[in-house]
Design a protein. Structure first.
Ligand SMILES: [Zn+2]
Length: 464
């Protein structure tokens, strides 16, 4: 009995061992096939969104291999049957978790150093993983991309002449670029004003409305800048003259009566210090809220209409007295003490209460709504970056996207927002800089500085 039992037990042991062995072999086979002989090639992803390579460029991207990890990477550039290897790297030392699953790469592509000529070339990238497939050489990924090497900066020729500008003033430049540049415009100190094509038949002729901010001085440098698709920058100098301009200082008394009248309107604004005293609440409105509201007003300047809607001088609220000027330096005085200072970014005009407000010129309504200290606001896009702003309105009679003609009634004056009484705050801006509307109310100024330049450029283009 005992022997038999032992024999049976031994038999059972043999079967178990065989089963374990078979399982181990099967598992190993599956492991070899699934893991060591995995058939998924690495993925190559380039960071480039277009095919242009500038004078001193770099090519970068990511290699990913989820299964066995990256083993080798090879990058070359081919031009006129000549292959230049930019990178060859293998045996990526892995960590305890094995070879890297993802790897970033970046290679310099300096056309001069690599003796590459301007024109077409081919970028070739190959990557291998740690799979045992293909006699242990791994799965291979391969990527080819046609590139255009362009090391020449675009040439910029400024066509317009005599650019007279002053702080808070506007200007126009017309220029021609030697190639199709996706980005171009006028640099004014640390401001960039994008230019616009499409005004002239000549596709490389562009117009750019620019401005000198009220706080930029006579030492500000101006030039035209153009970036070609490969990122090469071209510059065009032009003659300009910056005139002096000083702005008025204006004391503004703040009374308790004024505060208790205006503050309730701002209770629901984000960040309003509800538990603070009236003075602190006023300072929040005059400082933080003003900054935020200025950003809201200037926001349409980032995507102006690519069309010049307006013609001739801009109109001014009729039968109205000017109560405050552009860039007035306001000192706020409370109980005989200076509590704040701000710059006034428009012109205040007072007529009769709820007077009808005409559109200063033709354009497209870009904004209708509330904007904190400015109350009810309408903004008109006149095209190519020029906008007009109508604030403190009691009502508006237009909607966003609507086209308006010069002198169409867009609303009525009021005292919404931070206003001492019924008036129109009329503002203008060029892209993202507030400018003095006085220039735009002056037909002679417009002829000398804007339309005259456009006519002159059109004549030159015709004769070319
Ligand atoms: Zn104002």
């Amino acid at each position: 009995m005992g022997f038999k039992k032992r024999r049976e037990r031994g038999k059972g042991l043999k079967y178990s061992l065989a089963a374990v062995l078979i399982t181990m072999v099967a598992v190993s086979a599956v492991w070899l096939l699934m893991v060591k002989f995995e058939g998924r090639a690495p993925e190559i992803e380039l960071d480039m969104s277009d095919s242009f390579i500038g004078a001193d460029a770099a090519v970068s991207g990511t290699i990913t291999d989820e299964k066995s990890g990256i083993r080798k990477l090879w990058i070359a550039v081919i031009q006129n049957d000549r292959e230049t290897v930019l990178k060859e790297e293998s045996d990526f030392s892995g960590t305890q978790q094995g070879p890297p699953r993802q790897r970033r790469f970046e290679v310099d592509l300096n056309a001069g150093k690599l003796d590459l000529k301007d024109g077409k070339a081919l970028l070739r990238i190959a990557a291998w993983d740690h799979s045992w497939r293909g006699w242990f050489s791994g799965n291979q990924a391969y990527l080819e991309k046609e590139i255009t090497i362009d090391t020449q900066p675009p040439r910029v020729e400024v066509i317009s002449r005599q650019h007279n500008i002053r702080p808070g003033g506007s200007g126009l430049a017309v220029y021609r670029m030697s190639e199709n540049c996706p980005e171009h415009g006028v640099v004014v100190g640390d401001h960039f004003f994008p230019g616009h094509k499409g005004y002239f038949d000549d596709p490389e002729l562009a117009v750019c409305f620019f401005a000198l901010a009220h706080d930029q001085d006579r030492d500000t440098k101006l030039h035209v800048q153009a970036l070609d698709p490969a990122g090469n920058a071209g510059r065009g100098g032009f003659y300009y003259h910056i005139r002096n301009k000083s702005f008025d200082a204006e004391p503004l008394p703040v009374s308790d009566r004024f505060l208790s009248r205006i503050l309730p309107e701002f209770q629901s604004e984000d960040g309003f210090p509800a538990d603070a005293g009236a003075l602190e609440q006023f300072l929040f409105v005059n400082r933080e809220l003003r900054k935020k509201n200025n950003r809201t007003i200037l926001a349409p300047g980032r995507s102006p209409d690519e069309q010049m809607h307006w013609q001739g001088g801009f109109s001014r609220l009729p039968n109205a007295a000017r109560k405050a000027s552009f860039a007035d330096h306001r000192t706020y005085v409370y109980n005989g003490e200076k509590i704040d200072e701000q710059i006034h970014m428009g012109i205040d005009l007072a007529s009769v209460s709820q007077a009808p407000v005409p559109a200063a010129n033709a354009g497209k309504v870009a904004f209708v709504g509330r904007a904190g200290i400015y109350g009810n606001v309408v903004i008109i896009d006149h095209g190519f970056g020029l906008f007009s702003v109508y604030a403190h309105l009691s009502r508006s009679s237009v909607s966003e996207g609507q086209m308006v003609e010069k002198n169409d009634i867009i609303g009525g004056t009021g005292a919404t927002g931070l206003a001492g009484g019924d008036h129109l705050h009329y503002g203008m801006f060029v892209h993202d800089v507030f400018v003095d509307p006085m220039e735009w109310w002056d037909s002679q100024w417009i002829q000398n500085n804007i339309t005259g330049k456009l006519e002159h450029a059109r004549e030159l283009a015709k004769n070319n």
